[in-house]
Ligand binder design. Structure first.
Ligand code: AMP
Length: 467
């Protein structure tokens, strides 16, 4: 046997049905973004290393330890993007700033060299949005309400929201000073990493997961006590808007988020259970200085990133595999070469008309029994039998696999039913005494417009065959 290859550590193949969960999340996000006026930006996966060290901050885990560096042939260091906010801002400054403000969303993979565990991978997918050029708290509220709607529409009702304000470059220094003073007085209790952070990036100490550090930071001064009048007004404005919309959130003084570029509003959406230590599904906040730091004009902005793997994990607890993998509406079961040829034609006519149809295409041709088994395995709703009698137009024969009932029509009835227009049929159905087929069939047709389509196409192909 030849050598088998394995997926790279920390990377994953996303198989069906999990891939359906990703698709569901993406589809809903796209619908909601459209309603909220966010347009998609497609970004490169490779960026310059400097873009992230400038924006996220040199003393963050992402920049210090987690970048996938790709040296290019000219000796310049490129990286697989660890997040997309910096990329969106770079793209905005390069190609959009002259047009004014922009509301953008993205969907794609991010790369961080982290220790893999449940809900944490080295390649993971994010759906994110960025509103650039908006200063007031209205757009902060808009993003939080957008996310709330998204989770509710997915049926995830127990996601909690944590909210804080970090202040701006005017009020942050005083807070930072008070924090450093407090942490220094408790330095001996901090982990080695945090002792170092105290000098380089003291706010990051509040993010440390170490229990001893957590015990210290529990009583640390909070940024909200240091907000300047403008930041306090902004935060109060946001809270007023959210309260008016009756959005439930918790104020969390210790929420600082790990990256350097955040100012004012920061937030997280958290799952109660199911994700282990990785319970943050969304992280976001304002970054009012970043556009300027990356070469643009001073431009306020805010955004969020949602982790699709973590969302898919939550959804998988609610949606069964059977619900995700819908079976064919019709599985064509044939007996003999001639029926195979007809069924093959019919298969593509049904698919071209928009129906999910399937049949066994393997050779040697499968027996009837084996085809029916396959129809069951694929969770087909119905098996359409194509045998000699069916080919000669004597009978139409459909087995409804859920109920086990058989629907058999003679050619004349088939012709009559297939001629019925769906709208017309609905109006006829409401009239007493309208009978066009057996009772069971009537019911099945009412419930299943696809079935009516199938009948029409079947008859069409049958007649063409006779021509
Ligand atoms: P961040 O960009 O760090 O603010 O993360 C935003 C969201 O992306 C988090 O709340 C997670 O849902 C997700 N996320 C971040 N890192 C990972 C990872 N290594 N694996 C899976 N999801 C992640």
């Amino acid at each position: 046997m030849n050598k088998k290859y394995q997926v790279v550590k920390g990377f994953r193949d996303i198989f069906p049905p999990e891939s359906f969960l990703f698709w569901q999340a993406e589809k809903l996000a796209r619908e909601i973004f459209a309603r909220f006026g966010y347009a998609e930006i497609l970004l490169p996966v490779l960026e310059s290393q400097e873009l992230f060290s400038r924006s996220i901050g040199a003393d963050t885990d992402i920049v210090a330890k987690e970048m996938f560096v790709v040296p290019d042939k000219k000796g310049q260091n490129l990286v697989l993007r660890p997040e997309a906010t910096a990329s969106v801002v770079r793209a905005y400054v390069e190609g959009l700033a002259q047009k004014g403000s922009a509301k953008l969303f993205y969907y794609g993979p991010m790369f961080r060299y982290e220790r893999p565990q449940k809900g944490r991978y080295r390649q993971f997918w994010q759906i994110g949005a960025e509103a650039i050029g908006y200063a007031g708290p209205g757009v902060d509220a808009e993003l939080l309400l957008l996310l709330d709607l998204f989770f509710k529409d997915l049926g995830l009702k127990d996601i909690s929201i944590r909210l804080n304000s970090l202040g701006c470059k005017i009020c942050r220094p005083a807070y930072r000073e008070a924090l450093v003073k407090y942490l220094k007085s408790n330095e001996s209790a901090l982990c080695e990493e945090c002792k170092r952070r105290l000098e380089t990036n003291p706010l990051r100490v509040l993010d440390c997961k170490n229990e001893a550090c957590k015990a210290v930071t529990k009583n640390a001064p909070s940024p909200s006590a240091f907000l300047c009048p403008d930041c306090a007004t902004h935060f109060a404005g946001l809270r007023k808007l959210l309260d008016r919309q009756k959005l439930v959130y918790q104020l969390d003084d210790q929420l600082v988020r790990g990256l350097d570029y955040y100012t004012r509003t920061v937030f997280e959406f958290q799952a109660p259970t199911g994700l282990g230590a990785q319970n943050a599904v969304v992280g976001g906040g304002r970054y009012d200085d970043l556009v300027e730091e990356l070469g643009g004009n001073p431009t306020p902005a805010i955004g969020f990133a949602l982790g699709v793997e973590r969302l898919a994990l939550l959804l998988s607890e609610k949606i069964s595999e059977a619900e995700l993998l819908a079976g064919p509406e019709a599985f064509l079961v044939f007996s003999g070469e001639k029926a195979y040829a007809f069924a093959f034609k019919l298969l593509f006519a049904l698919r071209a008309a928009g129906l999910f149809a399937d049949m066994a295409l393997d050779e040697p041709l499968r027996s009837l029994r084996s085809q029916l088994k396959l129809a069951d395995k694929l969770k087909s709703k119905a098996a359409l039998i194509v045998g000699e009698d069916e080919l000669s137009g004597k009978i139409f024969n459909l087995k409804l696999l859920g109920s086990g009932k058989e629907l058999k029509l003679d050619h004349e009835t088939l012709q009559r039913v297939a001629k019925v227009d769906w709208e017309e049929m609905k109006s006829h159905l409401s009239q007493p005494g309208f009978v066009y087929a057996g009772k069971e069939y009537e019911q099945a047709l009412v419930q299943n417009q696809g079935l009516l389509k199938l009948l029409k196409i079947y008859l069409h192909e049958l007649e063409r065959q006779e021509e």
